[in-house]
Design a protein around this ligand. Sequence first.
Ligand SMILES: Cc1cc2nc3c(=O)[nH]c(=O)nc-3n(C[C@H](O)[C@H](O)[C@H](O)COP(=O)(O)OP(=O)(O)OC[C@H]3O[C@@H](n4cnc5c(N)ncnc54)[C@H](O)[C@@H]3O)c2cc1C
Length: 386
Amino acid sequence: MPSLITDSAEHGAIRETVAKIASKYGSQYFLGRGRNGEDIGELWSDLGAAGLLGLHLPEEYGGGGGGMTEAVVVVEELAAHGMPMLIWVISPAICGSILAHHASDALKSEWLPGIADGTRKMAFGLTEPNAGSNSHQLRTTARRDGDGWVISGSKYYISAVDQADAILLATRDAELSTPEKGKLSLFVVPTDTPGLTFQQIDTSIVSPDKQFTVFLDDLCVGPDALIGEVGQGLRQRFDGLNPERILVGAICSGVGRYAIAKAADYARERQVWSVPIGAHQGIAHPLAAAHIDVEVGRLATYRSAELFDTGEPAGEAANIAKYAASEASLKALDQAIQTHGGNGLSHEYGLSDLWFITRLMRTAPVSREMVLNFVAQTSLGLPRSY
Ligand SMILES: Cc1cc2nc3c(=O)[nH]c(=O)nc-3n(C[C@H](O)[C@H](O)[C@H](O)COP(=O)(O)OP(=O)(O)OC[C@H]3O[C@@H](n4cnc5c(N)ncnc54)[C@H](O)[C@@H]3O)c2cc1C
């Protein structure tokens, strides 16, 4: 389908490689695995072997030495084949980016090559039952113990910890924090560390990546588990914020493209009166409007990745991209389901199964309201209410 986004030769080649691998499996494979609670190990391995999980990570640690734009091409194209991959955003993007920016050489050497080639995965543990949108309220605490720490607390809605070799854990430093202000430290904790257990949270989301509550009971970690400096976790975490917003823009742009393409195909062919249903403006106009919104979301997503890669301030663009693309993808998916009539709700057409994972992007990793808060305060200079 024609688009306002035109790829460079290099990005076109990346997109083609992704499309080839994604087509080998197809959306029915991905959604079927998600419905049955099964993993997508072979697809993940193929992506890793083709170098498509670490394009944005440094070359000296097994990555491709590229930037966020290359990551956007991969994640968007996967979603455009009906494969919105949470784990891509969590392990290579959020965890990989934080490690690449702040971890010691030893931690980078230990984890980044495996994250880049897909042989290892890392979950991201920030959210807690009483600290969702407000990370200052974290209660999971790291207490000094010799030259290491003992960590206690719990994390909530942690994606894919069952598949992960380690979890990147945000904790409150017991010594440096005051009751009013938490000082955060980030750690890499292997998931087989004694004291770490997890329990699945049942959700309506159809995805190979499940959600968990993680319990941390007096977990002992050594000094080598710390990322960067003690108490600097909030600042370090900020380096993962723009990548996560930009890549949510990419996932949603892909889902939007997938939905519109399917709906347009169906509307050209399905005929219940004397003309194809796409000839009725009641079907054509909402699809055209949804396509426009998806294209605008894509433009914002690629622009934010470009700003991020050139080292310019990307926060405002990343928030705008996340908002525009996530709202557009929901509208596109809803209209695609409507265009398919009853078939929109069947597994066979691969649309309704995507509803909750797409709806999730309005809430996580940052909610629509927190994005609007950012834009209200940063772009418009309005005062905070919280
Ligand atoms: C499927 C799924 C996967 C997830 N994966 C992970 C993961 O891997 N790792 C991880 O750490 N977290 C993960 N999360 C958590 C996710 O990041 C949080 O759900 C999200 O940040 C919102 O936090 P909350 O759920 O506590 O909502 P709350 O913070 O309780 O907010 C509830 C509502 O109030 C609104 N609100 C809150 N504060 C304000 C304000 N100041 N102004 C206006 N409105 C406000 C919110 O926008 C929201 O609509 C996941 C969540 C889900 C559902």
